[in-house]
Design a protein around this ligand. Structure first.
Ligand SMILES: [Zn+2]
Length: 243
């Protein structure tokens, strides 16, 4: 896995910013894997997508991850510092295209959620997250051999389907055991690489644009030329100019 170059990162930032989280993650993947069509990348199961994002993040910004999460008990911002290896799950490769669950007289055939499903569920206001995601992914549901609507599946079967999805695509859900230093509360904090990586890209892009702006004003260089320089060299020029 190679690192994204400065022009590629800025391009992905520009392409992703009008979109919600699933579209942003796709913009990063499209930039790193131009040989695959956006449609192909959008159909990757979420956990497979997240493995790629994690590898891309490691190649681009390194393997250390530092973030803040609010303590659910007292609200204190708790720092989480960990390595890519702490959140990387060994892949169940390749995840099956269609899975099935047989429970409480119900038979359900379903596929794993992908970026299209996440985007559709997010776009629906007040959608019942897990249920609408599941309904989109059910290929066929039946009770005692009679076809039925996925929306009418009992809660126990819905849970079994969700568990089977998680087992087949484990990177889609990552939790970190966390303890609040202020109140001692312990909980499992969810880590979302798509959201985390995008926030970093955004901060990096803002910083880089400021550098391009300052150097272009000072020396009249093009964006292309400034981006081709290493960050280290850009800093040296900015220092020399007293900017
Ligand atoms: Zn706390």
């Amino acid at each position: 896995m190679r690192s994204l170059t400065a022009p590629e990162l800025l391009g992905a930032w520009e392409a992703g910013h009008p979109h919600a989280a699933p579209g942003r993650a796709l913009a990063l993947l499209c930039s790193a894997w131009p040989e695959h069509s956006p449609g192909e990348l959008a159909r990757l199961p979420v956990g497979v997508r997240d493995s790629l994002l994690l590898a891309l993040r490691e190649a681009t910004f390194g393997s250390r991850l530092v973030g803040l999460v609010p303590c659910p008990a007292c609200g204190e911002q708790v720092e989480l510092a960990f390595g890519v290896e702490d959140v990387r799950v060994a892949p169940v490769s390749p995840p099956p295209e269609v899975l099935s669950v047989d429970q409480e007289g119900h038979a359900v055939r379903f596929r794993l959620p992908d970026s299209r499903d996440l985007a559709a569920v997010m776009a629906r206001s007040g959608g019942h997250g897990q249920r609408s995601l599941l309904s989109r992914c059910v290929v066929e549901a039946s009770r005692e051999g009679t076809l039925m609507d996925a929306g009418a599946l009992p809660d126990g079967v819905v849970r079994a389907v969700a568990e089977a999805m998680e087992a087949a695509d484990p990177q889609a859900r990552v939790e970190l055991a966390t303890t609040c230093p202020a109140c001692g509360h312990g909980w499992a904090a969810t880590f979302d690489i798509a959201e985390f990586f995008w926030r970093e890209v955004e901060a990096w892009a803002q910083r880089t644009l400021r550098e391009v702006d300052a150097l272009a004003r000072l020396y009249g260089w093009s964006e292309e030329r400034i981006l081709a320089m290493s960050p280290w060299k850009r800093q040296r020029y900015l220092e020399l100019a007293g900017a």
